[in-house]
Design a protein around this ligand. Structure first.
Ligand SMILES: *Cc1c(COP(=O)(O)O)cnc(C)c1O
Length: 359
């Protein structure tokens, strides 16, 4: 006898990447930014007084929303601040999708999506990505035929790092009968030479929601802060009805506003990650791995059979104190997802891999 709702009793929870306590571990498994957040965050922390915590925090995080509005050249009403991007996903699903309705996604995708769909007792409709990890041309048609109320697309894609253009997303949004959420968790790491900006879609279309997070680009995964960008009509019900009344604490709001305010610092970390991404791409390829070009802060690398099994390589690295991500699922079981670390961390990975492959 269980008191859980049937859909909760029957579901599996989200499996987080390992978070080791050993400070010597080279941690390349959960796509954190290897560089620290802006020193403006230190100044905020030093300035926090315990009496600041006596009162409830600003309910709507308006200081942060105004910073975000400046940065994206939109209005405050286009933004909702959330406890990580993950809270935005939950709010979008509980606000716009009834139990029993359909949520569409690609396969593979961010593994939290089906978990959140289950919690809402919504059904999941998946469309396999093409061989080259692109979204099939008939995606919208299939999603509409399945009657999807909401479609979740991660761009750049996780775990492949592949990017689709904003024009392609615009066509997709125009073709869909339902809502489109574009999960831009890794958007900051796109090469600046690629002219990608999906915020124009929000100005133009009433069925597009963009997800942003401070976890990756702003080196603040431990803070839990993200935000949504959409038309005021889509933002309003989440902001005014389904959101927890004080979803973001006072300290997080201050830190997030400071981090977004020091874009020069953040941009510098993005550039360093891109440089290491290019170097690691070359070096891993030279070791014999088949690496996909990536616009995110990780690389997906296939371990060819002659070099061994991906899972065995994952385990050998782990014994050597280097954590990468292994997914035991179709299309990924022969691959490793490697977050871009500092040059020293990446060098340790490369050294250990050459030991591994010469054995
Ligand atoms: C990291 C990530 C998020 C958001 O993570 P938060 O830490 O909750 O902000 C959303 N989608 C994808 C694909 C991610 O990798």
């Amino acid at each position: 006898m269980t008191y859980e709702r049937d859909n909760i009793a029957g579901m599996k929870g989200y499996t987080s990447g390992e978070q080791p306590n050993d400070p010597d571990t080279v941690k390349l498994n959960t796509n954190e930014n290897p560089w620290p957040a802006s020193p403006a965050v230190d100044a905020v922390l030093a300035g926090i007084d315990r009496t600041d915590l006596r009162r409830y925090p600003p309910p709507l995080a308006n200081e942060f929303r105004d910073r975000a509005a400046d940065y994206h050249r939109l209005a405050r009403d286009n933004f909702i601040a959330t406890r990580g991007g993950d809270e935005l996903l939950r709010l979008v699903i509980t606000t716009f999708v009834d139990p029993g309705e359909v949520i569409a996604m690609t396969d593979p995708t961010y593994s939290l999506y089906p978990v959140l769909a289950k919690v809402q007792d919504a059904s999941t409709f998946t469309v396999p990505l093409a061989e080259d990890w692109s979204i099939p041309a008939d995606f919208a048609e299939k999603v509409n035929a399945a009657g999807a109320k909401l479609t979740l697309v991660v761009n750049p894609h996780a775990p492949s790092g592949k990017l689709v253009g904003a024009d392609w997303l615009r066509e997709l949004a125009l073709s869909l009968d339902g809502l489109l959420l574009v999960d831009e968790a890794y958007v900051d790491f796109i090469d600046p030479g690629i002219d990608y900006d999906a915020t124009s879609l929000v100005r133009e279309l009433n069925n597009v929601i963009l997800l942003r997070t401070l976890s990756k680009g702003y080196s603040l995964a431990g803070l839990r802060f993200g935000y949504g960008i959409a038309s005021p009509e889509l933002i309003a019900p989440m902001l005014g009805k389904t959101r927890d009344s004080y979803n973001l604490d006072y300290i997080s709001q201050k830190i997030a506003a400071a981090a977004l305010g020091d874009i020069i610092w953040a941009r510098d970390t993005w550039q360093k990650v891109r440089e290491e991404r290019a170097r690691l791409f070359t070096r891993l390829s030279r070791l014999g791995l088949e690496v996909l070009p990536s616009q995110a802060n990780f690389l997906l690398a296939r371990v060819p059979a002659e070099l061994g099994e991906a899972q065995a390589v994952y385990e050998a690295l782990k014994r050597a104190g280097i954590l990468v991500r292994y997914f035991d699922q179709p299309r990924l079981e022969d691959k490793l997802r490697i977050s871009i670390g500092t040059p020293a961390e990446n060098d340790r990975l490369l050294a250990e891999l050459s030991v591994c492959f010469s054995a």
